[in-house]
Design a protein around this ligand. Structure first.
Ligand code: NAD
Ligand code: 6OD
Length: 496
């Protein structure tokens, strides 16, 4: 893959980013600004879709269900998905540059995780949809001739896809790909913070030859704006949403009147459990990654790190050394972590750093804002931070912060470790570090989460169930789970 350089122009410069509705690029004059979190400068302006435009997008998606798209065979649809993947890969440098422009994330993160996962999502769901089988049950009947039940998968209809800003392209395509693979049409809304890779995806959809109206893109905000209009639209059949738990609750209310199918991937307050028998270096490197990757802005990040007492002080010292050594900087500077997504989000994370002090915690390292003496001081950079000494019911230990921060605490026994990990209203992911195989299996199955990693973190096989329990979500995505959400099975019972 050719990597972009800082001198590459923003790939979508010029007119405001348009919405894509029924195959037409639409600009209305109603726009909002997209600011760079690296320096606060304007990246570009974006067309905001109001309720009228959202309605047009939904109607275009409905109409496309009855058009050529609805008549394509599964193999033809999957060939289109592969063409989309190929076009993304061919334009990878633009996608990486666009993701970086919106988020400020490091070149390494965008080019090795975010964008490759985008094209992989399309290929994976093309493979999965083609390999899917359907159920068949033979039954006995009173006349002795029997009957055959078999199921056929039909599309759900119009699927609304709403994505957050932390892994914008990865998470948007993660939901768009299975929806299209199953023959649905889509109205996608990226986060207002990160419109650019979605805008490039709209171009790619057209290049790949997707019929008009199959993929529609609306930009805008959530409450009282594009997002709310989309999820309450009566002609949207299903909503696939990733974002905050509170937003999931709001969407649920607005989707209730038309009883839409919902798939929610929500927030987390994930625990890492480091047992004293763990490989120290592997656990340390893994925990550095699980706390600080993407500047802590991954729903799976470990914000609570529990370490078995005999290893506690040594592990905390090493973790703090690692955190202090992280290079903070702009996307093209070879930094380990970039900025948070915005000044507003930084204010929220800093408020937790202050709260930790007032909750009688100690900041082992970090807690502030770095100073560069250049334009990056206008950005949203923040110091990686480790807290200790907080009570288990402190807000910093209970609430999702979504920054480069964790609280560390010791545990005395396996039972206590399990109790601490599960003592939260969230239930997304856990990371368990141990060299005791029996303990690994025993502890993992006691985790009240959707995803438990043993001796690794964020190792993904796209066929596996992905999602959370409690406040962390509804349903599972990944593999057969996404295909099931995106399809309506119809059982056909044939009397023989
Ligand atoms: P957010 O909930 O603020 O916004 C997500 C999306 O929802 C955006 O596109 C936003 O415009 C839209 N939105 C907001 N209010 C809406 C409403 N009332 N109706 C319809 N749409 C609305 O989340 P965020 O701040 O963009 O992302 C960070 C959050 O996402 C964190 O809580 C993180 O844990 C979570 N997240 C979860 C997962 C997961 O897989 N479980 C993955 C990534 C992020
Ligand atoms: O890897 C994935 O499929 C996925 N949904 C990751 C989510 C990360 C949260 O920020």
């Amino acid at each position: 893959m050719r990597l972009p350089t800082p001198s590459d122009p923003y790939p979508l410069g010029g007119a405001p980013l348009p919405c894509l509705i029924g195959g037409e690029l639409v600009r209305t004059g109603r726009t909002f600004d997209n600011l760079s979190p690296v320096n606060g400068r304007l990246v570009g302006t974006v067309t905001e879709a109001d309720a009228t435009l959202v309605d047009r997008a939904v109607q275009a998606a409905r109409a496309a269900l009855r058009g050529p798209w609805g008549r394509l065979s599964l193999a033809e649809r999957c060939a289109l998905l592969r063409r989309i993947a190929d076009r993304i890969e061919a334009r990878a440098a633009e996608f990486v540059a666009a993701e970086i422009a919106d988020t400020g994330k490091t070149l390494q993160q965008a080019s090795s995780v975010d964008i490759p996962r985008g094209w992989t999502n399309f290929r994976a769901y093309a493979d999965l949809a083609l390999a899917r089988s359907s159920e068949c049950f033979e039954m006995a009947t009173a006349d002795g001739r029997g009957a055959l039940n078999y199921s056929v998968h039909k599309p759900v209809g119009v699927v609304a896809v709403i994505a957050p800003w932390n892994l914008p392209f990865l998470l948007l395509t993660w939901k768009v790909a299975p929806a299209l693979a199953c023959g649905n049409t889509v109205v996608a809304k990226p986060s207002e913070e990160t419109p650019s890779t979605a805008a490039l995806l709209a171009e790619v959809m057209q290049e790949a030859g997707l019929p008009p109206g199959v993929f529609n893109l609306v930009h805008g905000f959530g409450p009282g704006s594009t997002g709310e209009a989309l999820v309450s639209h009566p002609d949207v059949n299903a909503v696939a949403f990733t974002g905050e738990s509170a937003t999931g609750a709001a969407i649920m209310k607005n989707a209730a009147d038309s009883v839409k199918a919902l798939s929610f991937e929500l927030g987390g307050k994930n625990a890492a459990l480091v047992f004293a028998d763990a490989d120290f270096e592997a656990a340390l490197a893994g925990t550095m990654r699980s706390v600080f990757s993407n500047c802590g802005q991954v729903c799976l990040c470990s914000e609570r790190v529990y370490i078995e007492r005999p290893m506690f002080e040594r592990f905390v010292e090493a973790l703090a050394r690692g955190a202090r050594a992280l290079k903070i900087g702009g996307p093209y500077e070879g930094a380990d972590i970039g900025p948070l997504i915005s000044r507003t989000h930084r204010d929220k994370v800093l408020s937790y750093y202050r709260l930790a002090r007032s909750e009688h915690g100690e900041l082992v390292c970090g807690g502030g804002v770095p100073s560069f003496g250049d334009e990056r001081d206008g950005g949203a950079f923040i110091e990686p931070t480790i807290m200790r000494g907080l009570a288990e019911n402190a807000r910093c230990v209970k609430e999702e912060i979504f920054g480069p921060v964790c609280h560390v605490a010791p545990f005395e026994s396996e039972e206590e470790a399990v109790h601490l990990a599960n003592d939260t209203r969230y239930g997304l992911a856990a990371a368990i570090w141990t060299s005791n195989l029996q303990r690994a299996h025993r502890v993992a199955r006691q985790m009240e989460v959707g995803i438990a990693w043993v001796n690794d973190w964020f190792l993904r096989d796209l066929r596996t169930p992905f999602g959370g329990v409690k406040l962390s979500g509804i349903g599972r995505e990944g593999g057969a789970h996404s295909l099931a959400f995106c399809s309506e099975p119809i059982n056909i019972c044939v009397k023989l």
